[in-house]
Write a protein that binds this ligand. Sequence first.
Ligand code: ZN
Length: 258
Amino acid sequence: MRHLAMNIAGFPEIAARFALDFVLPQRCFSCDARVSEQTGLCAQCWSQVPFLEKPWCERLGIPFAYDVGEGAWSPQAITAPPVFNRLRAVAFYDGPARQMVHALKFSGRRDLARPMARWMVRSGSELLSKDSLVVPVPLHWLRLLSRRFNQAADLAREVARECGGQFEPQVLRRQKRTRRQVGLSARDRHRNVRSAFKVDSARADLVQGRHVVLIDDVLTTGSTVSACCKCLLSSGAASVDVLTFAQVDPASRTGKAT
Ligand SMILES: [Zn+2]
């Protein structure tokens, strides 16, 4: 009897899922193959994602061609140490990983945030704990008005849900609209984002002494996250790590990573 009652209670949910699947069948957004659950990509397309795997640079999460031992730094991290403690990304910004970022950001596929965040939690497991303050890179309010959502906040919400951390989308504010960073010199990139961000004065207490994990969809030059990290550290954050879904291969960047 109890078993039957539970089945009946669960029926509306099953029926709703069936109806939703009928209206919006779950498909791999890259090759259109049908998938059993909302994972974004089918298994075959996931296998083509340029995942970043250990052994990697302890600071920048860039894979080494061969194992140089735990905790080793890449030449980029040695010559230009980043403001943040560690950076981790799921994949290089290429192939299906690039397509996913574009779909989330420009095609309004906000449903992709959950599967993407699950991969971020897997790649950033060393950075995340239930004590982490999970903060997205903010959009300027005008950009938010036109896009209607912040893709970094969608990812951060899901990352926090997965790791049990505290999601705080309002801690950082973008007070200046900035030009796209790609194609600018290192000096111009720094100038472009300088004073673009600030910690919201009403929420500054949240940052004090905390370990912050800064979330973005893609790291291109590193200037944006560096500017955010400086704000968080000067507001009293104990340490800042950066977790993104993708990062541009440093070998293909026009300047230095940080
Ligand atoms: Zn596929």
